[in-house]
Design a protein around this ligand. Sequence first.
Ligand code: DOR
Ligand code: ZN
Length: 346
Amino acid sequence: MKSLKIRRPDDWHLHLRDGAMLEGVVGDTSRDFARAIIMPNLVPPVVTTADAIAYRDRILKATPSGDSFTPLMTLYLTEQTDPDDVEKGKASGLVTAVKLYPAGATTNSHGGVRDIEKAMPVLERMAKIGLPLCVHGEVTTPEIDIFDREAVFIETVLDPLRGRLPELKVTMEHVTTADGVDYISSASGNLAGTITTHHLIINRNAILVGGIKPHYYCLPVAKRENHRLALRKAATSGDARFFLGTDSAPHVDPLKECACGCAGIYTSINTMSCLAHVFEQESALDKLEAFASLNGPAWYGLPANEEMISLVKGDEPVSFPARIETGDGTVTVFDPMFPLHWQVQR
Ligand code: DOR
Ligand code: ZN
């Protein structure tokens, strides 16, 4: 038996949804994670500070009573977002970041930003008050190949934006390419990136080889193997600019297993087991704490969690449910396609 003690981790990018789905999934996060940055792409989205505070209350109400869990709220950036409201959110201590979804990029992003120029007053205010911007870094122009969306976003949107507002703190979320890793690694400051569990494990073959596999489809879509290897290198490097954001995104099975399936992979329940496996494969178990528990809080200016957890590796594989049941329906759990032996000790 092997074991590893690390500070309790946080998830810096998470979809909890609302209502029955929220009730069905929040415990899978609060069991292992102390805090999570909560994505605002509800229907309708979380656009104002009042919306975020009300949503936070619903999350806390749905959290199992024995778990100590702090949701860190985000606002969904629109072309109408009021800079004063954003400042109020930051001052309340309850808004941790603002999320930029280019309109049409992913699930419930149609209310997102079409023309970044229209969002400049808010972005300028955020730069001034030190509120980070989380970005879904993909262009949505139909001419751009879906596998190139991230690289083109960096070149045509992110780099110009950072040139205009160098004081703005930007978290490039769910980095999926070597281009993203290189861009973050070479930036001189105010830029960090989250990496999901699943992008460390799958490449695009998982979605397409041997039949179409909707439970491996997410956005940004998984790329070629060389990109996955670049992500693994970044995540296991200990570099403070890279940290965990699972992007765990539950959808009920009928909405994934159909002619036009939703993007999203549900990993909250087995993320820590998957990560320990990946970090061990990379001979980097000593870097797991930085990735999952230290780099994220440092970036967001928060203390690391005091509490410790133990990850234990046994000879027998650990079993996770293949699906969870929620009041909204069944959600398939991410299958890493290898047996998991690491487990958070309870
Ligand atoms: O795969 C994804 N699912 N990517 C996103 O950006 C959104 C998310 C969701 O909300 O389902
Ligand atoms: Zn997401």
